[in-house]
Write a protein that binds this ligand. Sequence first.
Ligand code: GLN
Length: 488
Amino acid sequence: MSGLVGVPYHEVRPRLGRDLSCRELVEVYLGAIEAQDGSVRAYLTVTADQARQEAEALDRRLASGEPLPPLAGMPVALKDNLCTRGVRTTCGSRILEPFVPPYDATAVRRLREAGAVVLGKTNLDEFAMGSSTENSGFGPTRNPWSLEHVPGGSSGGSAAAVAAGEAVAALGSDTGGSIRQPASLCGIVGLKPTYGRVSRYGLVAFASSLDQIGPMTLDVRDCALVLQAISGRDPHDSTSVDVPVPDFLASLEGGVRGVRVGLPAEFFGEGLDPQVREAVLRAVRVLESLGAVVEEVALPTLEYALPTYYLIACAEASSNLARYDGVAYGSRSRRAEDLYTLYARTRAEGFGPEVKRRIMLGTFALSAGYYEGFYKKAQQVRTLVRRDFDRCFQRVDVLATPTSPVAGFRLGERTADPLQMYLADVYTIPVNLAGLPGVSVPCGFADGLPVGLQLVGRPFDEATLLRVAYAYEQATEWHRARAPVLRS
Ligand code: GLN
C-alpha cells in the first residue's frame, strides 16, 4: 500500500472502489506525514480525524453506487493562508495563531465538492512574504531533496508536502512567484492561473491585485484536474472573471506542432546559474524537436519589474494588513493600556521583521508627497510591463523561461540580505504584474537539486500552457524523479 505514495492521482484513481478505498488512500498519506514530517516540516496543522471521516463518507457514497466525483479521495494539502471552516488558519504569522475561520475559501469549497480530502494546512512565509518559508513565524520547512536547502516560498510547505509524498496535490497562492518558484525548487508542477480565473474569496489578502490561488501537483495531468475543479466566476469575489472554463483535460493531448515558443533574451542574462540555463535551453530544444517553432523575443521592461512589484505589493500589503489591530482577528497584546498601545503592541509582538519592513515601505510609498513619485509611477511601469508581454504574444503563443535563477539555496544563506531573497522571484514577478498565467514544470537538476521550466501564456489561455507542458512531460522523465525521502 505504501507504494501509492508519490503516485499521481490520475494513476491511482482507476483503482478506487475496486481494490482501494478512499480511506486506505488517505491513510497511506497520513502515514507518510507521520513518518517524515518531523524532518520536512511541511505542515502547520494536520486534520487527520476529519480527513478519515471525509474519506469514509466518500467510500459510503461510492458503495451506494454514486458516480465518482472528479477528485474523489484525492489527499490534498492547503497553504495556511486559505480559510478553512473550523480549522486554524495562521498565515504563518503569530498574529493569526488563534484564528479559526467560520467558512471555507471558495477554492477549498470547490475542491471538497469535487471529492478531495484535506489532510491539513501547510507552512508558508508569514503572510506569503518571502521565497524560502524562512519568514514563517513557526520555523522553516525543508526541501525534501536536501534537508539543508530551502523548499522555496512562500508556498514552500505545499511544495514540500507534495514532493515528500505527504499529499498528492496541494493548493498554493502566488503573488510574485510563490507557487511556481517552490514548485521549481521541489521538482513538482505549479501553476499560477490568470488573475481572475480562480476566486480569491477566503484567501487571506497580501497584495490583492496580484494574488492568485493555484494547483501544485506531481504532474501536468493532475494539475489540469485540480485547476478544473477550482476555476470559474464566484459572486463572492468581484475580480473573478466570468469567462468560460474550458475542459483542460480534453485539451492536454493536442501536441505542440506549430506552437510558437518565445525565448525572452532578458531572462537568460546576468544572475542565471549556468546549470539552470543549460537545463532550460535543453527543455526548449525538446519542444522544438516535437514541432514547436522557437524564436527570440524581447521583454525590455524586465529590469523594472522587481522594483515595481515591491512598491505595489508593499503598498497593497500595508493597506490589507491594517486590519490586524488586535480587535477583530487573531492575537491581542496582553500589555495594552489604551487603544493606541493595543494597536502598537499587538503589531509589535505579532508581526515578524519582514512583514514590518513591508508595511513600512508600503505606507511610505502611499504617503502624501511620495505617492506620485512611487506608487503612481509603479502603476505606470506596470502598464509598460503588460504591454511588453502583449507585444510578445502577437508573435508567439507561449514564452519559455527559467522559473528561478538558481536551484534551491541553503537555509540561512539569504536571510540576512532581503535583496538577495527578492531576486529569487525575478522571472516570476513580471507575470503577476501582467496578470498572466504561468506554470513551472520540472526540467532537470543542478547539483542534485530540481530545476523548473516556466511557461507563460496569454490571459485565460491556461489550456495552451497545459498542452505545451504536457507534451514536454510526455517526452521526458523529469516528472518521475522522486526526492530521496520518498525513495527510502
Ligand atoms: N517572494 C515574493 C515576495 O516575497 C513573492 C511572494 C508571493 O508570491 N506570495 O513577495
